[in-house]
Design a binder for this molecule. Structure first.
Ligand SMILES: NC(=O)CC[C@H](N)C(=O)O
Length: 396
């Protein structure tokens, strides 16, 4: 982008009494708006998400570590925040870029305003930005690095912020799973959410699953528990022995932030060992990418990535199209996959690999988010596919 832009719905920057927040991109572009949440600043990759709901789940998805999220939907914050709609307790995203100001929360579930929630989580946000223009620029030029800064007095050292944005190395080659993974092994015992009574206890589990946490969203763990898995969560650095000690019937590889090639340095050898043990394996997003690496494939950074809750994906095993929730900036390169791996799912937007499976073993993964949260639940069947694989392999 070359010029400062402001929303048609918000006063232009020169009419604004004081711009209390800025977005400063590495190319020197400055976008001015109103600060929300906590005062301070953060540097990261500026991406966009097209979901119309679920801003709290998006902000708490650990896969957004190192990223500042532009919400293309203009009304963000209008149903407030509550303690249930979070995907992790430690927020990893670095900030939010909004078009309209946050209004008073209007939902029976809200316990606080989104602004207060951002502040309580030490997150920086800016409203009054022409998010449409910013999104078009990301679409055309790729996701830029930038700084989000909120200062109530409107005092910003712009050249220093440009320097900071330029100096940030970017997500390519960055391992962030080590920052967001759990510190210790724990047992997951949360179940699905019901309108009456909120989160339930899961039904009596049938199978033991170890979930390797590279930055797992809680709803994945809830979906595994709901499908009949007794889930033990281990840190990203867990060794093969650490995983096998729990005598799992199956292993789950979680989503997570950063570059799979960087995270794979320590995770891929463990995944290779687990494949060799013939354990049923299911991977989601970063887990899918690292499974591909363990199988001999390659990943690379996408131009703008896929982030939203309306991405059509085709499942070639059934011929069905499902509308999926997505959040990825890296992809598995189809041509890099060995013969024993088939591509099971592809994006109907750009043909990108969205799922793969080994032909000879009960090992499969998807690039998108079947747990939704937010988004449609078309893909929940994958948790049952994993459990069926476990049931079959136990019968052998
Ligand atoms: N949601 C995820 O697991 C994201 C995976 C990876 N960090 C990517 O951006 O592609």
């Amino acid at each position: 982008m070359t010029a400062a832009t402001n929303s048609a719905h918000a006063p232009a920057s020169d009419e604004m009494p004081v711009a209390t927040a800025v977005i400063v991109l590495a190319d020197g572009t400055v976008l001015k708006g109103r600060g929300l949440g906590a005062e301070g600043k953060a540097v990261g990759e500026i991406c966009f998400n097209t979901s119309m709901t679920g801003y709290q789940e998006i902000m708490t998805d650990p896969s957004y570590a190192g990223q500042i999220i532009t919400f293309t939907f203009p009304h963000v914050g209008n149903v407030g925040a509550n303690p249930e709609d979070v995907e992790t307790q430690r927020v990893a995203a670095r900030g939010a870029i909004l078009n309209l100001d946050i209004t008073e929360p209007s939902s029976w579930r809200a316990t606080q305003g989104f602004d207060a929630w951002l502040k309580a989580n030490n997150l920086f946000a800016v409203s009054g930005i022409d998010t449409r223009a910013l999104t078009h620029s990301i679409r055309d030029a790729g996701a830029p690095n930038g700084v989000i800064a909120f200062n109530a007095q409107g005092q910003f050292d712009i050249p220093a912020l440009v320097k900071e944005a330029k100096a940030w190395p970017g997500l390519d080659g960055m391992d962030l799973a080590k920052d967001v993974t759990c510190r210790q092994t724990y047992h997951w015992d949360g179940g699905p959410w019901k309108l009456e009574g909120g989160y339930q206890k899961a039904e009596a589990p049938k199978y033991k699953v170890v979930a390797i946490d590279y930055g797992a969203k809680d709803n994945i763990l809830r979906c595994l528990a709901d499908a009949g898995c007794d889930v033990t969560v281990v840190p990203a650095s867990a060794s093969t022995e650490d995983v096998l000690r729990h005598k799992p019937d199956g292993v789950f590889l979680s989503n997570g932030p950063g570059d799979p090639a960087a995270t794979g340095q320590y995770a891929v050898p463990v995944i290779k060992d687990l494949i060799a043990k013939d354990l049923p394996i299911f991977g989601i997003c970063l887990g899918h990418q690292m499974l591909a690496l363990a199988l001999g494939g390659k990943t690379s950074k996408m131009h703008r990535g896929h982030r939203g809750a309306n991405h059509p994906v085709k499942d070639f095993s059934t011929g069905k199209v499902e509308i999926t929730s997505q959040n990825h900036g890296f992809e598995v390169l189809a041509d890099s996959l060995p013969k024993d791996v088939e591509i099971t799912h592809r994006s109907l937007f750009d043909d990108c690999v969205e799922g793969l499976a080994m032909k000879s073993k009960p090992v499969f993964s998807v690039q998108y988010h079947p747990e939704a949260s937010p988004g449609p639940q078309d893909s929940h069947y994958l948790f049952h596919r994993f459990v069926e694989n476990i049931a079959k392999s136990k019968k052998k």
